[in-house]
Design a binder for this molecule. Structure first.
Ligand SMILES: [Zn+2]
Length: 433
């Protein structure tokens, strides 16, 4: 995934400390500390998940006593919000651990995660950061400030972001960095948006917000402010090359032009969009305009290859045209573009000399047709599954080897996650709706 999209056959990669020292055809160091024989396998940059909610892992198959939601607002009110409000800090920790486990097992090495939950704000990011630290993965994390109930709630959320950003300032080389996270244009005031802008500038931290995921975004903003969501975000001044807008399903041409002009970036979440029935983001148009689009899961399916495949397919179906997206464009979203979204394209997203050693090794044994240099990207997009990933390296450190996760105790993590989910389900069972 370097600038020339070069694919090297029978090559070698030399890693020293946390970085890639050499890539190409060469005989390596005479006395290496460790040699990983990847002959016949695919070595590629670790996937980057540009937008997730770890605690989404605890929502899976939750037996809620609710009528089927009819739109995004009802999905939030009936499913996501009751669950995040039932969470305590140990749940934040447990959900981050299980998300990390799933990411490692399926080849994602870096992710951007925003946590929510008005009853577990204070120091929640420390718990999530500890879990990520244990896993060995790389991440951006933030607390999703929202004024869904009160203004004070939004201020408390932002305070948690500031607190965590201050903490990470002291740890310059940490794998876990802070984000300025705000929920969505329909749950926050202009004041909170301006507050977020100030914090983002003060710490030079990326700012992220859900934008135009459902119809509720344009409706709310047109009604209350007389403009569409992206227009309002622009007028408030939060759009810049340091802004990541999640979703952007309901954006019109003018909004796309604003995004292009301000260099705001997009985290595309095709599987979540399908699940919630919110529509299809105009990604081919974004790519045409050279707006940077990364790939996220929005807390739904954590296997990055499933998301990659969905991004590859959904736009073809939507446009009734198989040409609207190429395998390379889909793969770029999941790797180098993910890095671009968070200003890390010089450090991550491709295997190049000097970049951080975040890479995965895929075992192609289960592929139904031969693997060649010329069809490797087609195989990655069409055939490879998360369970084909056998080795994961982040910062030059092995997190999984031959499908055995080294950094986390799989059994223990799954046990903790189930226990947290049980507790949350019990609490929700008590809620009458
Ligand atoms: Zn989200």
């Amino acid at each position: 995934m370097d600038g020339n999209r070069k694919i090297i056959e029978k090559g070698s990669i030399e890693i020293e400390d946390k970085k890639i020292k050499r890539v190409g055809k060469f005989r390596g160091d005479k006395n290496p500390e460790k040699v990983i024989d990847a002959s016949g396998k695919i070595v590629m940059p670790g996937l980057i998940c540009s937008h997730t909610h770890s605690y989404g892992m605890l929502l899976r198959a939750t037996p809620l006593k609710i009528g089927p939601p009819t739109d995004l607002m009802q999905i939030l009110q009936r499913v996501w919000w009751p669950i995040d409000e039932a969470m305590v800090q140990s749940d934040a920790y447990a959900s981050a651990l299980i998300a990390c486990l799933e990411f490692i097992k399926t080849g994602t090495t870096c992710f951007a995660d925003t946590y929510s939950g008005s009853n577990s704000i204070g120091r929640s990011l420390d718990r999530i950061s500890s879990a990520i630290g244990e896993s060995g993965l790389r991440a951006f994390i933030g607390f999703e400030a929202t004024e869904r109930h009160t203004r004070a709630e939004g201020a408390r959320g932002m305070q948690e972001n500031v607190r965590f950003l201050k903490r990470t300032l002291k740890k310059k080389r940490s794998r876990v960095r802070g984000l300025v996270s705000i929920h969505a244009s329909f749950t926050v005031s202009d004041e909170l948006l301006r507050h977020a802008r100030r914090v983002s500038r003060r710490f030079n931290a990326p700012i992220t917000i859900h934008a135009s995921e459902g119809q509720v975004d344009p409706q709310h903003n047109l009604q209350k402010y007389g403009k569409r969501a992206v227009e309002r975000l622009h007028d408030v001044g939060i759009l810049s090359s340091n802004t990541v807008l999640a979703h952007c399903v309901h954006v019109n041409e003018d909004e796309l032009s604003i995004m292009k002009k301000t260099e705001a970036k997009v985290a595309h979440n095709p599987m979540s969009n399908m699940l919630n029935g919110v529509g299809v983001a105009p990604v081919p148009k974004m790519l045409e305009k050279e707006i940077s689009v990364g790939l996220g899961n929005d807390g739904y399916i954590f296997d990055g290859f499933e998301n990659l495949r969905s991004a590859y397919l959904i736009h073809k179906a939507n446009a009734r045209d198989p040409r609207v997206i190429t395998p390379y464009q889909a793969l770029e979203m999941a790797t180098i573009n993910g890095a671009k979204l968070y200003g890390l394209e010089d450090k991550l997203g491709s295997i190049e000399t000097g970049k951080l050693a975040d890479l995965i090794i895929i075992n192609p044994d289960s592929l139904p047709t031969p693997l060649r240099r010329k069809n490797v990207v087609e195989h990655i997009v069409n055939s490879v599954r998360g369970c084909d990933v056998e080795t994961v390296i982040v910062d030059g450190r092995l997190l999984m080897r031959e499908k055995r996760v080294i950094t986390l105790d799989e059994e223990e993590v799954v046990k903790m996650s189930k226990k947290s989910a049980e507790k949350i389900w019990k609490k929700l069972g008590a809620i009458k709706r």
